[in-house]
Design a protein around this ligand. Structure first.
Ligand SMILES: [Zn+2]
Length: 196
């Protein structure tokens, strides 16, 4: 059981991990808390945006679009490795996912295959949207991958979680493919090494 970090603690955690962080608009109060609960938090979810262009990607994740209002995550990690904070609180990123997966994340055990969409993920996960077309061709620059590793590790460190609390959207919600271009097992290994 973990209470979500305050906006200031979230920002500090990222900066303490050595990240370059940009605060976008009124991110501290931009959320979907009026639509449902936020917390307890149990982990960190990684996504790809299926977009290109840093400015456009950040704006989309902040505002959302018709049918899916923003914020669409907490932090947007652009290709240069900058983390752009767009929201704090409940965000439209995880959607409904598998309660068996959530139980495994809480217990920090190996994940079962996600085959149900019965549990509110926006309540329980921090989310990072990472700028990538998600076509399996678009490269993931080393600076961006390093930032993803650091951002996830920063939150694990603050909450006392291991790398097993970091999952991909594709591990949560049936039908999702993000992030594509590396495996979550590989990213978790990097996070594990960073947390040592
Ligand atoms: Zn996603």
């Amino acid at each position: 059981m973990a209470s979500p970090l305050s906006a200031s603690a979230f920002l500090d955690a990222l900066r303490d991990e050595g990240l370059t962080v940009v605060e976008v608009g009124d991110w501290r109060h931009h959320n979907r808390n009026h639509k449902g609960p936020w917390g307890p938090v149990h982990g960190v979810m990684i996504h790809h945006t299926a977009t290109e262009g840093a400015a456009r990607t950040v704006e989309l994740c902040r505002k959302g679009y018709t049918g899916l209002p923003g914020p669409l995550c907490h932090g947007v990690i652009t290709k240069d490795g900058t983390v752009h904070l767009v929201g704090h609180g409940r965000a439209n990123h995880a959607g409904l996912g598998d309660d068996d997966v959530l139980r495994a994340v809480i217990a920090e055990k190996a994940l079962p295959h996600d085959n149900e969409a019965n549990t509110d993920g926006n309540r329980h996960f921090y989310g990072f949207e990472c700028e990538n077309l998600g076509d399996g061709q678009d490269p993931w620059p080393p600076a961006q991958l390093a930032a993803m590793e650091k951002a996830a590790a920063a939150l694990c460190r603050r909450h006392g979680w291991t790398e097993r609390s970091v999952i991909g959207h594709l591990e949560w919600q049936p039908g999702k493919v993000d992030p594509r271009g590396f495996t979550m097992a590989w990213l978790r290994e990097r996070i594990r090494d960073r947390l040592k």
